[in-house]
Design a protein around this ligand. Sequence first.
Ligand SMILES: [Fe+2]
Length: 316
Amino acid sequence: MVIANERDVTASVLSEIERSRDARFREIMSSAVRHLHDWVREVRLTEAEFQKAGAVIAKLGQLSDKSHNEVVLIAGSLGVSALVCLLNNGEGGKRETTANLLGPFWRAGSPRTENGGSIVRSPTAGDPMFVTAFVADLDGKPVAGAEVDVWHTSGEGIYENQDPKQADMNLRGKFTTDAEGKIRFRSVKPVGYPIPVNGPVGDLLREQGRHNLRPAHIHFLIFKPGYKTQFSQVYSSDDPNLDTDVQFGVTRALIGRYVRHERERAPDADVQGPWYSLTHHFVIEPGEARLPMPPITGKAGPDAKPVSVVLPREAR
Ligand SMILES: [Fe+2]
């Protein structure tokens, strides 16, 4: 089609999309093009702004590598990840769900660990923590034999993949639920952490005057054939940033009670001083069991730099 005016452009692109063989591809792409063109018209995007937007998108890809995924970070920072999660879980968004964001730090191949075992694989800062988690179906019946991956930060707020000091796969493990639908493990209490701000995500947050912190949490990935694979995160009820999570991930169902014990005896005899316990319940739904593509595949090199904290505008 020879283009006569700006309206013709949209019609021309949509007619080409109509030739696609896959009906879902046609639906997604034609809607995306309509919204994208409408957005350009609504804001009267200038040529300079268009070039800047292209450079931002290119940078998202250029900054992503085996230990960092800038695309996942910006999707979270714009709330898209939370929206996709809440529309696709809890029976299509009708009921509360224990599903949450996968996040950018899941790695495939976590070491299999016995129930009750420790996932601390090298000396790691943080208070001892004992976690018990239950997996049930929509009727409340325990789901036995589910594989549960867990991963979280150290007491310094750093994942092993970002930290050359931690052993490979430190604070990561794969457990299997028992007849009660239960897993148990020992670790150290995670603390909240800043997300990287050396790229477009940092520019976005600084422009908006937002901080770059996530509240402390433990990630879970629950897999069993016959059930929709569930990603989850259980947030620490004592964290000051529950209301302002930079990834918009905190839901009421996922604020966990991390209980501090000052005097009681810990489950393991070697624990001296205060320790924490956490018990949480997950509900999984019938559906497709499918592992996601790992957002990262390995550890950062020895020259990895610590991530800096961006203060919110009111604190600057
Ligand atoms: Fe995380």
